[in-house]
Write a protein that binds this ligand. Structure first.
Ligand code: 5GP
Length: 113
């Protein structure tokens, strides 16, 4: 079996983190290196590798992540937010346990489209 991801280790209490939300299937933490005034990570407890794998296996769980992100943006900022899934190392994914970056709080800069 592969090693538990850093997020699984946080969930199990082995590594400290600020947990800002938790449901039966999802939890959310503050990013350790925030790139915006509000930078949270919404993470399913089941460690799917990336968002395509998650979407194919359990679309309701992906929808729950979006719902939690939306609630957190309302709680921690004015409700507006950017949701980002880095997918693959070439796109900047460094933790291969799917997570949504929730960026909010204004001054998010230009969209890199
Ligand atoms: P990725 O680059 O995979 O899209 O995002 C991984 C994110 O996890 C990064 O923004 C990084 O700062 C965050 N991160 C990595 N290790 C830890 C940790 O131990 N604690 C917390 N709270 N965030 C982490």
């Amino acid at each position: 079996m592969s090693e538990p991801s850093i997020f699984t280790r946080i969930l199990q209490g082995e590594i400290p983190a600020t947990i800002v939300a938790e449901t039966e299937r999802v939890f959310a933490i503050q990013d350790i290196a925030p790139q915006a005034k509000v930078h949270l990570l919404v993470i399913p407890k089941t460690p799917y590798r990336d968002v395509p794998e998650l979407a194919a296996a359990d679309p309701a769980l992906l929808a729950e992540m979006v719902q939690v992100a939306s609630e957190l943006a309302a709680e921690h900022a004015d409700g507006d937010f950017r949701l980002l899934f880095n997918t693959g190392s070439g796109a900047g994914q460094t933790v291969f346990h799917v997570h949504a970056h929730v960026l909010a709080g204004g001054d998010l800069g230009e969209k890199s489209l």
